[in-house]
Design a protein around this ligand. Structure first.
Ligand code: PCA
Length: 215
């Protein structure tokens, strides 16, 4: 059995819900073959987000960590490739922090790559008729912050733990007052995260297939 830690953020930016949180609530009781699944809610607060995640990782010692966040406006499930060492918040986080051009972690590397099998996950999701792609930016807000904190911690871990970040679209009920904005149903997103967990466990090496962008 593999121990998987799945995290989701609380609502932010004036939204009443965060699809990531709705997903983890639903998946908390789900049965996934070969998996002991643990879930955690993460605050959309700069430093506190990493502290909450680190506490969970230290308490559980998981084999895989997948963090999920809302990327309002995106139309697909996007598997993030890279976390960068910068905070540059266009909006304040849930406690009013608004850092501009400061490192997530002082003296840490400029970036870390996800260690999830990105291409395999995208392929598996598309096979299940779920729109998905690799993303080359997780932004510079709390999601990137948490993703960077995750990969920094895992890079120093004596145990080989794989981890990464997945951004998901709005739920349909969030776009009622946002014309021409993409959304995805909760059931499709739940299915997508389940598939991502299954593939992350199955595939140690990623597929060598193109998933990049021209510009
Ligand atoms: N999305 C935000 C932070 C929390 C979330 O779910 C982001 O993309 O940074």
């Amino acid at each position: 059995m593999k121990k998987v830690l799945l995290t989701g953020f609380e609502p932010f930016g004036g939204e009443k819900i965060n699809p990531a949180l709705e997903i983890i609530k639903e998946l908390a009781a789900a049965k996934i073959e070969g998996v002991v699944l643990h879930t955690a809610q993460i605050p959309v607060v700069c430093k506190k987000s990493i502290i909450a995640l680190e506490e969970k990782i230290d308490a559980l010692s998981p084999d895989i960590v997948i963090c999920v966040g809302q990327a309002g406006g995106r139309s697909e499930i996007t598997i993030e490739r890279v976390a960068i060492n910068v905070d540059d918040y266009r909006i304040a986080d849930n406690e009013g922090n608004k850092p501009i051009d400061v490192p997530v972690i002082e003296k840490a590397p400029a970036a870390y790559f996800s260690t999830l099998p990105l291409k395999s996950i995208v392929k598996g999701l598309r096979k299940a008729a779920i729109p998905a792609s690799v993303s080359n930016t997780a932004g510079t807000f709390v999601c990137n912050h948490l993703f960077f904190g995750l990969m920094h911690k895992l890079s120093a871990s004596p145990k080989k733990v794989r981890g990464g970040f997945i951004h998901i679209p709005f739920l349909p009920e969030q776009v009622i007052d946002k014309p021409n904005t993409a959304s995805m149903s909760l059931s499709m997103m739940i299915k997508a995260i389940k598939i991502a967990i299954e593939i992350s466990i199955e595939r140690k090496e990623d597929l060598q297939i193109a998933g990049g962008t021209i510009c």
